[in-house]
Design a protein around this ligand. Sequence first.
Ligand code: H79
Length: 435
Amino acid sequence: GQDLRLGRAEKKPLTDDERMEWWRDARFGMFVHWGVYAVPAGTYKGRRVDGIGEWIMNSARIPVDEYKKYADAFNPIGYRADEWVRLAKNAGMKYIVITSKHHDGFCLWDSKVTDWDIMDATPFGRDILAELAAACKKHKIKLCFYHSIMDWHHPDAQAPFYPNYNDTNQSNPNFDRYVEQYMKPQLAELLANYGPLGVLWFDGEWIKDWTEPKGKELYAWLRELQPDLIINNRVGKGRKGMEGLSRSDEYAGDFGTPEQQVPATGLPGVDWETCMTMNDTWGYKAYDENWKSTAQLIRTLVETASKGGNFLLNVGPTPEGLIPRASAERLEAMGRWMAVNSESIYGTTASPIGKPDWGYCTAKGNRLYLHVFHWPADGRLSVDLPNAGAVQAHLLADRKKAKLPVAVDGNSVVVSVPAEAPDAVAGVVVLTVNN
Ligand code: H79
């Protein structure tokens, strides 16, 4: 058959650690949920539909043929891939994961095996993924795709399950045919036509007919097509619900996927990434204004890094192709914090000193980054640090790196900090430990 592999002859395969390196260093990425569900935007027949916007087809019990009509109104002429990528980059994000296909089956690229895509079903007629790929390449942001295994529109897969497309007790009409003749050809298109991908981020793997070893087989098949690809644990059955994390080697996948939560602690030796919304939906809902504050988002990024994980923060663009203003403002504010403090996030590992009372800690080389959420009123920042040798401290925000007085007191270190916090949300003190 056709050889879709990229540069295999010249390239020596990377080790797993080498393959994961960019992802571990990145620590912060953008999730994009976009599809025709942005058109109803949470309202069906004049009624507000509870739940996440991209699930409206299931939640409002919309028949497939009726749902497909939303595509007529999906004409995002305001879409500027370059602006999205700049927004992500300026926020300090290193990768973008966009929904090539969500559960409704709608495809954001020019797929040859279906008309249920951006080119054939909508008036827009531009390959959204191709434009994003070009912008990501230009700005050196890793392009990644979210892809749903479950498909509510495909006759071999979920469609007959109306009115409950997510009926996990039923077998699909012909799921194996869907996988071989539809899902895999589509994945081959995605891996062949958009350059090297960073991550394939699967979801919708919980349906009855997706059984092991199918996850393991799909994982191996994808790595044949792009050997350096990183694939999340939802390619198989091992994710353990919304906690998203397990230690088992029984299942394929390079990283765990806690959803809408940060784990109490990471699992040593297990890579993971918390994905989260800024309001209460992934896909655009016109009336969801329950936004998390910028402070909360920055602190969640810090907490995630301090536990050794990545943070994948979602935006849900409008049917006009715009990232909602409230989302953009939050990303811009995070970017202002990252412009000063990103050294304390990129390439760091989990806190070696647990969780201090005043905030969180990350580590890199011989440095500890103390993220102080509650700046000490008495100017004394106390850190439990057994066997501290020669310790130096400065504020990360201080370009001159002026030394702060440090007193070692048994198993703790006390840093004398200025009265005013360098940042009201998370001021960072750098401890350099030489022992
Ligand atoms: O794409 C976004 C959502 O549309 C999708 N995942 C994020 C990234 C998603 N969020 N919530 N859900 C899907 C609801 C799924 C809930 C359940 Fe289950 C599916 C409950 C039972 C089956 C997952 C698998 C949780 C427990 C088992």
